[in-house]
Write a protein that binds this ligand. Sequence first.
Ligand code: SAM
Length: 274
Amino acid sequence: MSEQYQHRARKRFGQNFLHDAGVIHRILRAIHPRTEDRLLEIGPGQGALTEGLLDSDGHLDVVEIDLDLIPILTHQFGQRSNFHLHQGDALKFDFNSLGAAPGSLRVVGNLPYNISTPLIFHLLDNAALIRDMHFMLQKEVVERMAAGPGSGDYGRLSIMVQYHCRVEHLFNVGPGAFNPPPKVDSAIVRITPHDVLPHPAKDHRMLERVVREAFNQRRKTLRNTLKALLDAQSIEAAGVDGSLRPEQIDLAAFVRLADELTNRANSNPIGTEN
Ligand code: SAM
């Protein structure tokens, strides 16, 4: 980068810039961008991944919040006809405004740790637009996303992401690959929305409600932790053993509990507020 464009990493934007060419190459190989792709990069920073994405000749939109990085990115990539820069907050970005066909968007990002979970939930709200997502995240977050029942990492994030998507923990990246180095280990995850949901809930909001309530007190039995939402008979009617703890039951069982709650709300609308 020329003197004119020196940039100091900002903590408040979670800026840890990738500088390890081997890691950058490995990420790009996992993404495998192609000419016909609609790519969206969240937080391009100083362009570590952007360059390789543009080289695929795919159509690339990038969303960057830091005003100081805009001239740097424009200087570096402004001449490339497949580069489309949006300054703003990815958490508030309207992904529909990109005009991408349903199921086409390939989202990529070395995400700032402070926004990764809300951003993934924001993207899941637009899951129908998305073909796949490749993210660099804090390793613990990837482990929580990919976890199954019986694991201490299994919880709300695992269930809500796996409801919509297949999750693959691809590989880990140490702090030395970044400048400045973060205090935590990172990992690359591939998240692919299901074409057809394997366990569709009658009402997705009820699933969110049951899962949030269940994991509020993950050490308690389901009978106890879900007391305010479902009585013992309803839990049994869902085919779930109420003496188990939330971390012991799978997504399909959570969906059955959510459907039981939906049935109850439909047959007794006044009871929906308990
Ligand atoms: N992709 C670059 C790399 O790998 O070197 C930068 C990664 S750095 C961890 C995160 C980037 O996301 C920074 O450029 C930061 O300014 C940007 N960012 C932080 N919060 C953002 C937000 N809410 N919306 C869009 N970009 C954001």
